[in-house]
Write a protein that binds this ligand. Structure first.
Ligand code: AMP
Ligand code: MN
Ligand code: MN
Ligand code: MN
Length: 303
């Protein structure tokens, strides 16, 4: 094992758990410190900071977490390819200083910079001058992404809000949807494992896949060693949760007993004015095995 993973007590996991959120280190708008204190106010006892393709916010968040009495897991949300699709794989309880995570971040950093230049070039052609500088300003020291372009488009008065910016220019099939050869899902899971962490498939219902394709994704994710799936992501209606559970059951039935993917959950918090993804707004349904069982004192660990 690459590092000694944080061990959890029963007390930590009986409070609010939130294993997916973003700070200014990527496309969130709260600093890591402000994020942790907001999580504390929301009653979160176990938090994972999972910025897109970076762990740069972890050190600051850790200091704040110790002060606030919140248990913090080092995490990341890695961008990956599954065939021609883009998927997000969350790494939990990783060693943020490991070479495997450093390499994974470095590769994506290069890809993100090249993509940002391409998005900006396409926007210039459409008459939006200054997109790269504008997006960079919104990203600050953080990892640049499409939301920074969206924020710049809104700030520059081109569009009324970020959602419209995605709908018109940045979302699937639009000019800002640049094809990128992100590392594939299997390599991404391997990087997370090499960093001592658990690999979690983020928000399975957000990829626009049919149920059959989603079942293939889950099955392949498990084939390549994936550990868990976000059974709940943000405010989710119970029908959607049941859909994910049914898919997991179907995928599990085709396997040996005990080979079931574990359950994770997270708000996917980015900013305070989005109540549908407020910190700590999530709860696991009954009857699932939570991913944190991997790290509870007394639980067996053989990774
Ligand atoms: P990127 O990682 O740069 O590809 O950007 C993906 C991020 O954009 C996601 O993590 C969300 O935070 C945000 N995003 C994706 N789709 C939308 C949308 N339709 N409206 C608003 N934000 C979105
Ligand atoms: Mn995001
Ligand atoms: Mn995501
Ligand atoms: Mn996210």
């Amino acid at each position: 094992m690459a590092h000694s993973r944080l061990q959890l007590t029963d007390e930590t996991v009986t409070g609010q758990v939130d294993l997916h959120c973003h700070s200014t280190a990527s496309d969130g708008i709260l600093s890591p410190e402000a994020l942790v204190s907001r999580a504390k106010s929301a009653g979160v006892t176990l938090l994972a900071l999972t910025d897109h393709d970076t762990v740069a916010g972890f050190a600051e968040a850790q200091v704040a977490a110790e002060k606030e009495g919140v248990t913090l897991l080092p995490g990341i949300e890695l961008t990956a390819c599954w065939g021609r699709r883009v998927v997000h794989i969350v790494g939990l309880n990783i060693d943020p200083a490991s070479a495997a995570i450093e390499d994974a971040i470095e590769e994506r950093d290069r890809l993100r910079h090249a993509r940002a230049m391409e998005i900006a070039a396409r926007m210039e052609k459409r008459g939006f001058a200054g997109a790269l500088e504008g997006a960079r300003q919104h990203a600050g020291d953080g990892v640049i992404g499409r939301p920074h372009f969206a924020r710049w488009l809104v700030e520059a008065g081109h569009l009324p809000d970020e959602a419209k910016a995605f709908k018109r220019y940045l979302g699937a099939g639009k000019i800002g949807d640049v094809t990128v050869a992100w590392p594939d899902m299997a390599d991404t899971v391997a990087s997370i494992h090499a960093a001592g962490g658990a690999a979690v498939l983020a928000h399975p219902l957000k990829y626009g896949l049919t149920r059959i394709r989603l079942q293939s994704l889950l099955s392949e994710f498990q084939d390549v060693g994936g550990d868990a799936v976000e059974v709940v992501c943000g405010q989710q209606n119970p029908v959607q949760t049941r859909e994910i559970l049914a898919l997991l059951e179907r995928v599990g039935e085709a396997r040996d007993p005990g080979g079931q993917l574990l359950a994770s959950l997270g708000s996917d918090f980015h900013q305070p004015d989005q109540p549908w993804r407020a910190l700590g707004c999530v709860r696991l349904p009954a009857g699932v095995e939570p991913v944190w069982n991997l790290w509870q004192t007394g639980a067996t660990q053989d990774q």
